[in-house]
Design a protein around this ligand. Structure first.
Ligand code: GAR
Length: 200
């Protein structure tokens, strides 16, 4: 069994889209892959309740309870690595997980740590992507799924989706248009990576 661990900080709509895709497309039967746990750094992340309702294990690790970024990441690694199976290490999926990860964490999960970012990387790494795209006069915006490397919001691109920026857009309306595409490309990219990892 390949365990997928999803890290969230908030609503978890991408997480829900991944869980639903895994069910609909029968990842367990086809690839021996399942979403094993959803972990949040925030106790009030609403996605946690949704995941628990699906029968998925949930955990909260409050980053404020740790003295350093390294300590928090070490604790997070321990929780995640409990889901390693004899056949395979876990696949770690960042889905609106609003934490900068240490180089040690990133190296530990190299090649099996994914992120989705709400811009067409390498444009607009960092925060407030939609407001920045509108302010820059972009005619198109989008989202990027990438493997995580030590540099924030960089790393090999696995998938992108493009949406138009409309004249009346606010950051919120653009975010909604982008988010609906995130829900499509993230599960697809994860499924492709699982297939790739199975062939290795
Ligand atoms: C998504 O738009 C995701 O791309 C973004 O946070 C949102 C989470 O929504 N991630 C980042 O900005 C990471 N830097 P969700 O909790 O509903 O999936």
């Amino acid at each position: 069994m390949k365990n997928i661990i999803i890290l969230i900080s908030g609503g978890g709509s991408n997480m829900a889209a991944i869980v639903q895709a895994a069910q609909q497309d029968r990842w367990a039967e086809r690839y021996g892959a399942r979403v094993a746990a959803v972990i949040s750094n925030k106790a009030d992340a609403t996605g946690l309740q949704w995941a628990a309702g699906q029968g998925i294990a949930t955990a909260v690790l409050d980053h404020k309870a740790y003295a350093s970024r390294e300590d928090f990441d070490a604790a997070l690694m321990q929780v995640i690595d409990d889901y390693a199976t004899p056949e395979s290490p876990p696949l770690v999926v960042l889905a609106g997980f609003m934490r900068i990860l240490t180089p040690g964490f990133v190296a530990h999960y190299a090649g099996r740590l994914l992120n989705i970012h709400p811009s067409l990387l390498p444009a607009f790494a960092g925060l407030n992507t939609h407001a920045r795209a509108i302010a820059a006069g972009c005619k198109f915006a989008g989202a990027t799924v990438h493997l995580v490397t030590a540099e924030l919001d960089h790393g090999p691109i696995l998938a992108q989706a493009v949406v138009p920026v409309l004249p009346a857009d606010t950051p919120e309306s653009l975010a909604q248009r982008v988010l609906s595409q995130e829900h499509r490309i993230y599960p697809e990219a994860i499924e492709r990576l699982i297939v790739d990892l199975l062939q290795k």
